[in-house]
Design a binder for this molecule. Structure first.
Ligand SMILES: Nc1ncnc2c1ncn2[C@@H]1O[C@H](COP(=O)(O)OP(=O)(O)OP(=O)(O)O)[C@@H](O)[C@H]1O
Ligand SMILES: [Mg+2]
Length: 146
């Protein structure tokens, strides 16, 4: 899909959010400023979330109330797989996945969790084409990404 504005990306997110089911993991790929957080705002709206979605960069995870819980994770500050293991992210998707299973996990900078995300994650890549234009790929098969 092509988005020509922040608003359009939010709308795309909203459509995606409406379709999400409990236990879904949404892995967001794309460089700094690509629009991952903007897309999450739309996803949260689509999940009937009334809270304001903020970038979780400094706290690792925010939890929001939607029609079911939204776990908004940002791996930007994660440097290597050891960090990820230390943060317990593997457990989050493994045994702790129980709690994610009660809601939806949306992960920014999913490339940092290469090889750790479940195969059935919904992978979304955002590419910057120019200042206001983004190309958005929604692909259930993470293939080479995860
Ligand atoms: N079509 C578009 N879709 C989304 N954002 C856009 C678009 N055009 C311009 N923008 C701008 O790009 C920026 C995207 O910021 P956002 O925080 O969502 O990026 P991000 O991918 O989450 O970055 P980070 O890696 O820092 O978390 C915003 O300032 C937004 O206004
Ligand atoms: Mg962000």
């Amino acid at each position: 899909m092509i988005s020509s504005s922040e608003e359009e990306t939010k709308k795309i997110g909203k459509q995606i959010g409406k379709k999400l089911k409990k236990g879904d993991i949404v892995a967001l790929y794309g460089e700094f400023g690509a629009g991952k957080t903007v897309l999450v705002k739309g996803i949260a709206k689509g999940m009937e979330c009334k809270e304001q979605v903020k970038s979780p960069s400094f706290v690792f995870m925010h939890e929001y109330k939607g029609k079911f819980p939204i776990y908004h994770i940002d791996l930007y500050r994660v440097n290597n797989l050891n960090d990820i293991t230390a943060l317990g992210i593997q457990e989050f998707f493994g045994s702790f996945g129980e709690s994610c299973g009660q809601g939806v996990c949306v992960i920014e900078w999913a490339e940092k969790a290469k090889g750790l995300l479940p195969e059935n994650s919904i992978c979304i890549e955002l590419k910057i084409l120019n200042e206001n234009t983004r190309e958005i790929f929604v692909n259930r098969d993470c293939g080479s990404w995860s």
